[in-house]
Design a protein around this ligand. Structure first.
Ligand code: PLP
Length: 409
């Protein structure tokens, strides 16, 4: 008899985003003519940069020619892409990485969700609250998160609330934690950490022997030149932090799938007997066991992000989304709502009016304005009373949504 991993059964039955879809589908049945505007989506809407699609076309042609066909590639990714990442994403920021420290993947969901495979099930974990749900769910499914309590928190997780009282900047915990997840620029609050704030985390990790999983999926959206794009801009971070990046929101690769994870050679974790084991070769072995590489065509597409044309197109797309988010932010302010984020990230974190619950505000917007946001409570207990909006929609939809919001609120 095969036994199931019972920790998996602890995951709430419905994925939060499926609940939203169900509500929308129900609404569509009763309001077939209503034109819904989705302002909550975390998916991009602009097509891939031409530089990327042209590179992928060329790669497809190579695959059809016996002389240039490629089969399995290296699990950790092709060096042509790794070298461009080092040269463009890190060297200009004063960060020097070796090619062997970068692992190309099919995206940051896989990386942040799977890194726990090489870490013991009884490590304590810490997350900012609200947070990208994958960090929690991946720990629940291996038993590391403990049990769900009546307050919506998991028993073995330390939650660091991000609220207006602390400007949505998490406080350094008073106890030690084995693994801390940080996501900056943040999904869902749209806030960032200054260099001095990030330094506090690196120092905390150095002092407490904590491993930081730093998710920088939205670093390309940073506008303020003072804000760090990589945790390795902070001295000492190479000893304590793993960094994840994605081409999804940078270059529209949500449907193509490519990202990467940086594991510096210095990073170690301990065995129960206290022996220090480097995580870099462990992750390489993990990928050899469970992954057969991101497709050659995809990696050629990602490489093109770093060409002059690719860079121009990516910049223009990000500017478009950031203008959307700024237009929405101004409108929410004018409507008297409290808004965080949106200056260095494509997300707005909007406090619901009159203390309404997240889901109540969701229903109000859906039924009265035909607008869909993402209820903040889906990102953690501190998300109750908030709604996440994004700049990933189309400009005309943002403008139309503002008219509707003015009528509805
Ligand atoms: N990390 C964060 C914070 C995200 O918001 C997302 C997607 O929304 C991801 C990772 C997943 O990225 P990818 O498409 O690379 O799997």
């Amino acid at each position: 008899m095969a036994l199931v991993n019972e920790h998996f059964l602890k995951l709430p039955n419905n994925y939060f985003f499926s609940d939203i879809e169900k509500k929308i589908n129900l609404f569509r049945v009763t309001h077939p003519k209503a034109e819904i505007i989705r302002l909550g989506t975390g998916d991009v809407t602009l097509p891939l940069p031409h530089a990327c699609t042209e590179a992928m076309h060329r790669a497809v042609e190579e695959m059809s020619n016996p002389a240039t066909f490629r089969g399995y590639g290296p699990e950790e990714g092709y060096h042509f892409l790794i070298n461009e990442i080092i040269k463009n994403d890190y060297v200009p920021r004063g960060v020097h990485l070796e090619p062997g420290e970068i692992f190309i993947s099919d995206g940051s969901k896989s990386d942040t969700g799977s890194i726990g495979d090489i870490l013991r099930h009884d490590n304590s974990i810490g997350v900012t609250d609200p947070i990208y749900p994958v960090y929690i769910d991946s720990n629940v499914s291996c038993g590391r998160a403990g049990e769900l309590q009546s307050d919506g928190k998991w028993s073995n997780v330390v939650y660091m609330p991000c609220l207006p009282e602390n400007d949505f900047i998490p406080q350094i915990p008073s106890q030690r934690i084995d693994i801390v997840y940080l996501c900056y620029p943040n999904n869902p609050t749209g806030t960032v950490l200054s260099k001095s704030e990030l330094k506090k985390w690196v120092n905390y990790a150095l002092q407490n022997d904590t491993l930081i999983i730093f998710d920088a999926a939205y670093e390309a959206y940073i506008q303020n030149p003072e804000i760090p794009h990589s945790i390795y801009e902070i001295k000492g971070a190479r000893k304590v932090a793993i960094e994840c990046r994605s081409f999804s929101k940078t270059a529209g690769f949500t449907g193509v799938r490519c990202g990467y994870m940086v594991i510096p050679k210095e990073i170690t974790a301990a065995t129960l007997t206290g022996q220090r084991i480097p995580l870099n070769p462990m992750w390489k072995r993990h990928q050899e066991v469970k992954f057969n590489g991101t497709s050659y065509i995809t990696q050629r597409g990602a490489e093109a992000v770093y060409t002059p044309e690719g860079k121009e197109e990516v910049k223009a797309n990000i500017q478009y989304y950031m203008e959307n988010v700024q237009i929405l932010k101004k409108a929410f302010h004018e409507l008297g709502l409290k808004v965080a984020g949106g200056d260095d990230a494509p997300y707005l974190w909007v406090q619901t009016p009159k203390g309404m619950s997240s889901w109540k505000f969701f229903d109000k917007l859906l039924y009265e304005a035909y607008i869909v946001g993402t209820p903040g409570v889906g990102f953690g207990p501190s998300g109750e009373g908030y709604m996440r909006f994004t700049g990933f929609g189309k400009r005309e939809h943002c403008k139309e949504a503002i008219q509707r919001l003015r009528r509805c609120l």
